[in-house]
Design a protein around this ligand. Structure first.
Ligand SMILES: Cc1cc2nc3c(=O)[nH]c(=O)nc-3n(C[C@H](O)[C@H](O)[C@H](O)COP(=O)(O)OP(=O)(O)OC[C@H]3O[C@@H](n4cnc5c(N)ncnc54)[C@H](O)[C@@H]3O)c2cc1C
Length: 542
């Protein structure tokens, strides 16, 4: 089994929970009017878990494939795979609203068992939710039944092997259930890294990354996860699809791209062949301040278009800069603000730049190229302190979120991307929609994935949680934000579609685009057992 945080832990990121310093809580109370309203994780015993409805014949066939001990019907196992880790999922595990709990958890050992489980489920008309790290924030692992009498969570935790490494071609084959830290550990033994470091790094899996087109914090240097996928194996109820024989191909349309991002609706990814890089020997992370959002995003555009982006390039708007300094800094942040004012930076936007290289010379050359282009945008460079602080705290977000939830805060994120010419319009539209829905909220934004033609926008919202209907409070705001995004950008740059964004997919790819997706699903999953209600809002007609 994978080491690290127990992947069945729901209701929070870690068992220990997070901690907010007293000055951060004071700041939040002043800024948002937050009062004392703690909501600790409810004990699992108060949660409503219906009796499993998996029929005896289906259970017997699943047991025949994976063994008795790998078909789990007990309450704890099922609750541990009931939903993902969005704010709303966490609230549900804290006793608000209703949980969708799978009827059973099935744990196959290898790609052949995955295939056999899918065949058995199709035969018995049982829904299947592929479950990797369970970190979906868009309802991707919600145990919805659709029109099926029962649904299982197909947990890939036992597919935890590095299958092979080809050091000459720089390729590694990893099973789908390998979690990111374990993947890095296995690859490091061969001198390689994947370079995929999303904020969910500690819990998410290789299969989940591929299924959702994930993007890590160092995507400017290492690329998005889809750029790393050379090939894969997809188990479906009608057989196995094996893709990826060459680094590039003109053999028809890209079937690999149909599988990457298919969110468990076309099949279960059992193995992924990945492009790996030599593990870096030299790193440097720095903090730079730019004056105002416009100057900041123009600087990032310039870096992208002149192809000198640092591997990590992350620009916070003034709100996010102010809040991250206030939540971490105390007195030091006041001194910093004074210094920036003296340097005529009135609206400071923090830009984190991180370079990773295999020699001091390579690092120096790449850093110099980035800083040369940046000079035109009048940066105030503050050296390594803020960059290193960011690097050390890069996985703290989810722990902080636990602490904010405990303190009674509605805290959630959402993301999108668009072309440079629309970026500021989109940012204003989403901010406006969120602030109209949640008056008095703190809405912060950053760019963390930049391309020559555009960039992502990632929003974080903090507001006192509504006591009466906390789920409705967020869902109303999220719908308003999605409606603001739809005409200007993509409904998701990296969190995927799941259930939450499914209603917006036709707006993005058109009715014809949806019919293409439906027809692929019908071919690979003729009885519609795979991940009911995800990606496509309603199952396609037979
Ligand atoms: C705190 C937090 C921070 C996050 N930060 C980032 C980030 O920086 N970048 C980013 O891209 N995402 C981020 N996410 C979203 C999430 O981590 C990603 O979507 C991740 O790729 C999901 O991986 P997982 O293994 O947890 O997949 P799961 O959550 O288990 O599944 C996600 C979807 O993929 C399907 N699926 C899972 N495994 C397979 C498989 N083997 N075959 C077929 N389908 C499968 C599931 O059914 C589901 O629809 C974050 C989430 C959280 C909670």
């Amino acid at each position: 089994m994978n080491p690290g945080i127990d992947h069945t832990l729901r209701g929070g990121w870690t068992l220990e929970g997070g901690k907010l310093p007293a000055h951060a809580l004071r700041w939040l109370r002043t800024r948002t009017g937050l009062s004392e309203h703690p909501t600790p994780v409810a004990p699992d015993s108060v949660l409503v878990v219906p009796e499993p409805e998996l029929g005896e014949a289906a259970r017997a066939d699943l047991v025949a494939v994976v063994g008795e001990e790998h078909v789990l019907l007990d309450r704890t196992a099922r609750l541990g795979r009931a939903g993902g880790l969005s704010y709303v999922d966490l609230l549900r595990h804290r006793g608000c609203g209703q949980l969708a709990v799978p009827d059973a958890v099935v744990l196959p050992a290898d790609p052949d068992e995955v295939l056999a489980v899918l065949k058995a489920c199709a035969e018995h008309n049982v829904g299947v939710v592929p479950f990797g790290g369970g970190t979906s924030v868009v309802g991707g692992v919600s145990a919805l039944r659709g029109d099926k009498p029962a649904v299982i969570a197909l947990d890939l935790v036992r597919l935890n092997r590095l299958v092979s490494v080809d050091p000459v071609s720089r390729l590694a084959v990893l099973q789908a259930g390998v979690r990111a830290p374990e993947a890095e550990r296995l690859l490091a033994a061969h001198g390689f890294t994947l370079g995929h470091f999303p904020q969910s790094f500690e819990r998410a899996t290789i299969g989940g990354f591929a299924a959702t087109r994930s993007a890590g914090q160092a995507s400017s240097g290492y690329g998005r996860f889809e750029d790393m996928v050379e090939g894969l194996r997809l188990a479906t109820p009608v057989g196995e699809l094996k893709l990826g024989v060459a680094p590039a191909t003109a053999a028809g349309p890209g079937l690999k791209d149909l599988v990457v991002g298919s969110e468990g609706a076309f099949g279960v990814i059992s193995e992924v062949t990945l492009r790996v890089r030599r593990a870096p020997t030299h790193r440097r992370y720095e903090g730079v301040f730019l004056d105002g959002w416009d100057r900041g995003h123009e600087a990032v555009r310039d870096l992208a278009q002149q192809r000198v982006l640092a591997d990590v390039t992350r620009l916070s708007d003034a709100e996010e800069t102010e809040i991250s300094l206030a939540l971490t800094g105390g007195l030091k942040s006041q001194a910093l603000t004074g210094y920036l004012r003296a340097r005529r930076v009135t609206d400071p936007c923090l830009l984190i730049l991180g370079w990773e290289a295999n020699s001091a010379a390579e690092l120096a050359a790449r850093r110099a190229a980035t800083l040369r282009v940046l000079r035109a945008h009048k940066p105030v460079r503050l050296g390594k302190v803020l960059g290193e602080a960011w690097r050390h705290g890069r996985y703290n977000g989810p722990r902080q979120r636990d602490a904010l939830l405990d303190a009674g805060v509605c805290v959630e994120t959402l993301e999108t991307a668009t072309h440079w010419s629309q970026l500021s319009t989109l940012r204003s539209a989403v901010r406006g929609a969120l602030l109209r829905s949640l008056p008095g909220a703190v809405v912060m934004c950053h760019v963390s994935h930049a391309y020559e033609t555009g960039a992502s926008l990632y929003f974080t919202v903090l507001v006192p949680r509504a006591a009466e209907d906390p789920i409705g409070q967020w869902q109303t705001a999220k719908s308003a934000a999605c409606r603001a995004i739809a005409p200007l950008g993509t409904i998701s740059h990296h969190h995927a579609v799941g259930t939450d964004h499914a209603p917006y997919l036709p707006g993005e790819v058109g009715e014809l685009g949806v019919r293409v997706i439906e027809s692929v699903k019908r071919e690979l999953d003729p009885t519609g057992v795979l991940n009911p209600g995800k990606l496509l809002p309603v199952p396609p007609k037979g």
